[in-house]
Design a protein around this ligand. Structure first.
Ligand SMILES: [Zn+2]
Length: 69
């Protein structure tokens, strides 16, 4: 069965017994359990939220410094 390759975003293959994920494009080869962990680890949603949070915190710091003038 075809799934999205977590590494090159190409077409990876999931074995019928869900034992192995392989991608011919980037030579990826990992177990399905590793694949799930890999995808979860590389999910950018959380890092995007953290990035926005850091940005707004910096803005607040700059604002409070301006008040010192
Ligand atoms: Zn790939």
């Amino acid at each position: 069965m075809k799934i999205k390759c977590p590494k090159c975003k190409g077409n990876a293959d999931l074995a019928q017994d869900f034992s192995l994920v392989t991608c011919q494009d980037c030579k990826l080869e990992m177990s399905y359990g590793e694949y799930v962990k890999y995808v979860a680890h590389n999910d950018v949603t959380y890092s995007d939220i953290l990035g926005d949070y850091a940005g707004s915190t910096e803005g607040q710091t700059a604002g409070s410094l301006d008040e010192w003038d």
